[in-house]
Design a protein around this ligand. Structure first.
Ligand code: ZN
Length: 213
């Protein structure tokens, strides 16, 4: 009986750890079909989001400078909280900096042969890791921006030259959308989310291939 409780708690922790630091799968449309592609873990995406805090400006993902600032610092403080807490949970590792080893520490915790008296503790760890995964996902969704691979229904442009974070010239799609609106980087036309269906119908053309890598 207690073996089952230990196994259940370990499974819950393993699931939570996988949700936070395991590889994710996202479905994208390719040639009219939904195809699964592996993407970074939520934790890695959070790391990447938090970098925007320090290397400010110039990013192709930030049309309005500074508009994402609150999100970036939320990402950084959540990341620091996770690294610190996971460091506290891990045995004899306080002197090792968190970031690079947080994922490995979590997997090690999930792999630990916990004793029956640890069940409540392991359940608490699992609940905590789960809640982080939920928070990271919510934060990333708020920050997420989609490139719409179609010509702008207003000006007809599809790609423009822009600069990435390191100043390299890149070609990018003009239509951008996030949860609060869509806009064309070329002509400045904007659409509120309630017009997304209309916008989708207007740009319903098939996705062109090979324009951006
Ligand atoms: Zn336009």
């Amino acid at each position: 009986m207690s073996d089952e409780l230990v196994a259940g708690a370990r499974a819950a922790l393993a699931d939570a750890v996988h949700a936070l630091v395991g590889m994710q799968v996202e479905h994208v449309e390719q040639n009219g079909r939904q195809v699964p592609i592996p993407i970074d873990s939520l934790y890695d995406q959070l790391c990447e989001a938090s970098l925007g805090e320090r290397q400010d400006g110039g990013s192709v993902r930030r049309p309005e400078p500074g508009s994402r600032a609150p999100g970036w610092s939320d990402a950084l403080s959540l990341l620091e909280l996770i690294d610190r807490r996971v460091g506290e949970w891990s045995i004899g590792a306080a002197e090792v900096p968190g970031r690079a080893v947080t994922a490995r520490r979590l997997y090690a915790l999930a792999d630990t042969a916990w004793a029956p008296e640890d069940v409540a503790y392991v359940r608490r760890l699992a609940a905590q890791v789960d809640s982080w995964a939920v928070r990271v996902r919510r934060l990333l969704d708020e920050e997420r921006e989609w490139e719409l691979k179609a010509p702008c229904p207003s000006c007809g442009e599809m790609v423009i030259a822009g600069q990435d974070g390191s100043g390299e010239t890149v070609r990018q799609y003009v239509l951008r959308a996030n949860l609060s609106g869509a806009e064309c980087l070329s002509c400045g036309m904007q659409w509120a989310p309630e017009y997304y269906r209309l916008l989708g119908a207007l740009i319903g053309a098939p996705t062109p291939e090979g324009i951006l890598e």
